[in-house]
Design a protein around this ligand. Structure first.
Ligand code: PGA
Length: 256
């Protein structure tokens, strides 16, 4: 089995004091868990450099939560891909449902950002997933297909090589109600099949994570599934004990 990728998305949370405690404990404990895991931390933009300095020599990678489409210029308040690269970012989350919802990001805009990230040799983590209503109406697969299609249209059949997809059903994010691992396994498999159908990709190269109310109690049931290649962790990733436990669980499953 290949490595699982575990990503911490800190969103608009934490502060200098808590980050320092988190990173101190990460440093003390992480080395033995990295054999079977790739670990990424995505703090708020303002803390990127601070986090990078502490994780760089631990073999833990830096992630950003968003990027602006413009490389430079008069765009007050934004952060460019060049700036992200400059401070050591390797992974960029794109299309998170909170960006889609609160910043009106369309599939088209997200596809352009995805393309910018890839063209800049960073790794996009594309979030896809349906709302509660869409699930109730049985539209999950249709929604995901549309989210993937705009990217295929822009980048062609090789779009999803060197990239990550995170299946994040919107109804499971921040609600404490994670999805059923069996359901997630079937959707992740659907995503892989759909991408393979479109391209001459080898299944092995498509990485599909799950995200939505993951914690140390439920992580195992997801990570055991063959088509769940890792986790995108929100609130539980703010607590170093929780986050380290999730990484340990992932490691233990793979080293068996
Ligand atoms: P959550 O967030 O773990 O707090 O549900 C996940 C995410 O939004 O990526």
């Amino acid at each position: 089995m290949r490595k699982k990728i575990i990503v911490a998305n800190w969103k608009l949370n934490s502060n200098i004091k808590n980050i320092s405690i988190f990173l101190k404990n990460l440093k003390l404990n992480i080395s033995s868990y990295l054999k079977y895991n790739t670990v990424v931390i995505a703090p708020s933009t303002i803390y990127l450099e601070r986090v990078y300095k502490k994780i760089n020599n631990l073999n833990v990678f830096l992630g950003a939560q968003d990027v602006n489409l413009n490389k430079k210029g008069a765009f007050t308040g934004e952060t460019s891909i060049l700036m992200l690269k400059d401070v050591g970012v390797k992974y960029v989350i794109v299309g998170h449902s909170e960006r889609r919802l609160f910043h009106n990001e369309s599939n088209e805009l997200i596809a352009k950002k995805f393309s910018l990230i890839k063209n800049s040799y960073l790794i996009p983590i594309l979030c896809v997933g349906e709302s509660k209503d869409e699930k109730r109406r049985n539209q999950t697969k249709e929604i995901i297909k549309n989210q993937l299609n705009t990217i295929f249209e822009l980048l062609g059949e090789k779009a999803f090589i060197n990239s990550i997809i995170a299946y994040e059903p919107i109804w499971a994010i921040g609600t404490g109600l994670s999805a059923d691992p069996v359901y997630v396994e079937s959707i992740n498999k659907f995503i892989k099949d759909y991408i393979n159908h479109y391209s001459s990709n080898n299944l092995e190269e498509i990485i599909v994570q799950y995200g939505g109310s993951i914690n140390s109690k439920n992580a195992q049931s997801f990570l055991q599934k063959p088509n769940i290649d890792g986790l995108l962790v929100g609130s539980a990733s703010l607590d170093y004990k929780e986050f380290l436990e999730i990484i340990k669980i992932s490691n233990d499953i793979l080293c068996k």
